[in-house]
Write a protein that binds this ligand. Structure first.
Ligand code: PXL
Length: 281
């Protein structure tokens, strides 16, 4: 069997482990070919660093789309994340429409913010454009902050510490069952766990998955989770099993990173653990 192929549309941030520097090694370790379409090159990501460089690559996006189309390339999934502008989101939506086939899964991580706040480069117009891009998705992977933005709901009203609430929010995010939802960052009131509520549009059910909650919050955690999820989905795992694999591996990496005393902005120290993913192929 040839490796499944994923087009990954994210920025490339040289230092700070997120977006493509997480997606490429993670998908490779899972036996999946990752074809990057970088939206921008940054010296570092924008969380916890200031003064980062930013080389906008928006003007490449349509030409890359056309070239890949002309070469007859087909994808098993399109996986998108952090965007630098509204224009990039529109071009990404064009990309999805160009390469969509029944066998190709559009996994859209609606990256917009964390801990109740939009990232500093995200304007309200960009957040609205991300909502529109997410309408193209077969699967979305919002965290609590992004779910609140997508639902136009106050962050504090979106409580994710009770199973029934989590189910309700995941279902509300599904656009009446048209897309699957993996809502991350769910917890339980009486146990140190974190996980995801997975509304699966194929059976209309919502499954909850949990893994041990490791102390500390590291940059790029959502990117690692969504990359593992995408890799497992193109290996034909069910949504629930893919989310469990992603939750387990992210939890393992967070526990290891916490022990190594690595600054949060450097991201998860996932490389020493990466080969453990190979068994999931
Ligand atoms: O992890 C999300 C992310 C990706 N890429 C860039 C970012 C962020 C979050 O801050 O700044 C450039």
């Amino acid at each position: 069997m040839p490796a499944p192929r994923v087009a990954a549309i994210h920025d490339l941030s040289g230092f700070g482990r997120c977006s493509l520097t997480v997606a490429i090694p993670t998908l490779s370790a899972m036996g999946v070919q990752c074809c990057p379409l970088p939206t921008a090159y940054l010296s570092t990501h924008t969380g916890g660093f200031t003064g980062n460089t930013f080389l906008d690559m928006t003007d490449q996006m349509a030409s890359v789309t056309d070239h890949w189309k002309n070469c007859g390339v087909v994808f098993d999934a399109i996986y998108t994340g952090f965007m630098g502008s509204r224009e990039q989101m529109a071009l990404t939506a064009d990309f999805v429409r160009t390469f969509r086939r029944p066998e190709c899964l559009a996994v859209i991580d609606p990256v917009m913010g964390d801990h109740g706040k939009a990232y500093r480069t995200y304007t309200p117009e960009m957040c609205r454009a991300m909502s529109r891009l997410a309408e193209e998705a077969d699967v979305i992977t919002p965290n609590r902050t992004e779910a609140a933005i997508l639902l136009n709901q106050e962050y504090d009203t979106l409580r994710l510490d009770h199973p029934e609430e989590c189910r309700r929010w995941a279902e509300r995010l599904s656009l009446e069952g048209r897309r699957s939802v993996v809502l991350t960052g769910i917890t339980l009131p009486d146990k140190p766990v974190t996980g995801a509520a997975c509304f699966d549009r194929t059976d209309g059910k919502t499954h909850l998955v949990y893994a041990p909650l490791a102390p500390g919050q590291f940059h790029g955690t959502g990117d690692l989770f969504a990359s593992v999820l995408t890799g497992a989905l193109v290996q034909k795992h069910s949504l629930k099993d893919a989310a469990q694999t992603a939750a387990d591996f992210t939890s393992l990496c967070a526990a290891h990173t916490g022990k190594e005393n690595i600054p949060a902005r450097e991201g998860l120290d996932f490389e020493p653990l990466l080969l453990r993913l190979a068994g999931n192929a």
